[in-house]
Design a binder for this molecule. Structure first.
Ligand code: PEP
Length: 246
């Protein structure tokens, strides 16, 4: 039995429908929610439907700015007012497709926390970076952008998701050993600054998690659950993944 409460989050990306919200809400009633926190990250227009269905929800991204003239952006204060609890920051698709730098991600993290949202900071190396043995330095740099700006204590009300870019949406999952190695590296790195923060921090693994591989991944000592993309769109698969974290 693990000391930290496990968490499974579903990132729907630019997918989903009102119908899927209803299906997921029904399916999740089979999960023991006192044992695992289940969060869904649907597209913005579905947030209200998800909340009305009593799901715990997060946004897929958030503006680093306060409300104002930023067409197309979403303010953390509004997300909090709606009832969102979490927001992803620094998902690899935001970093690579929309050019979000470590500094912008750290600003989003700050703005989210200022409004009482829990940021889920996504970090991870590309395939090329892994081949060049740069995994630890990339992950360190991405986490340091937040620590250097806001201090290690800012990690208390946050979650970190280690998502190797080469495993996202590719069907190539990190082995439990590979994932555990990086999770341990992250936990040790944070422990060197503040042991209590490190011990309480929820660290999720993401990258082609499915109902066949989730149990072994989640059994690793420093993996506290998962951030699930594709498989979170299938209610049965998602529920089975949630149950494997119980
Ligand atoms: C993700 O989008 O964060 C993700 C991990 O996707 P997938 O599970 O599809 O690899």
């Amino acid at each position: 039995m693990k000391l930290r409460k496990q968490m499974v989050a579903g990132n729907w990306k630019m997918n989903g429908s009102v119908e899927l919200v209803n299906q997921i809400a029904n399916a999740i009633s089979a999960v023991e929610l006192d044992k695992v926190d289940v969060v869904v990250f649907p597209p913005y227009p579905l947030l209200n439907n998800a909340l009305q269905n009593e799901l715990v929800v997060g946004a897929q991204s958030v503006s680093e700015h306060e409300a104002g003239a930023y067409t197309g952006e979403i303010d953390a204060q509004l997300l909090a007012e709606l009832g969102c609890k979490y927001t992803l920051v620094g998902h690899s698709e935001r970093r690579s497709i929309y050019g979000e730098s470590d500094e912008v991600v750290a600003s989003k993290f700050q703005r989210a926390q200022c409004q009482g949202l829990i940021p889920v900071l996504c970090v991870g190396e590309s395939e090329q970076e892994r081949e060049q043995n740069l995994t630890e330095s990339v992950v360190s740099r991405q986490i340091d952008a937040v620590i250097n700006k806001l201090g290690v204590v800012s990690l208390v009300k946050s979650v970190i998701a280690y998502e190797p870019v080469w495993a996202i949406g590719t069907g190539k999952t990190a082995t439990p050993e590979q994932a555990q190695q990086v999770h341990k590296f992250i936990r040790d790195k944070i422990a060197s600054l503040d042991d209590a923060v490190s011990q309480s921090l929820i660290l999720l693994y993401g990258g082609s998690v499915n109902e066949k591989n989730s149990e072994l991944l989640f059994a690793q000592p420093d993996i506290d659950g998962g951030l699930v993309g594709g498989a979170s769109l299938n209610p049965d698969s998602f529920v089975n993944i949630c149950k494997s974290a119980q």
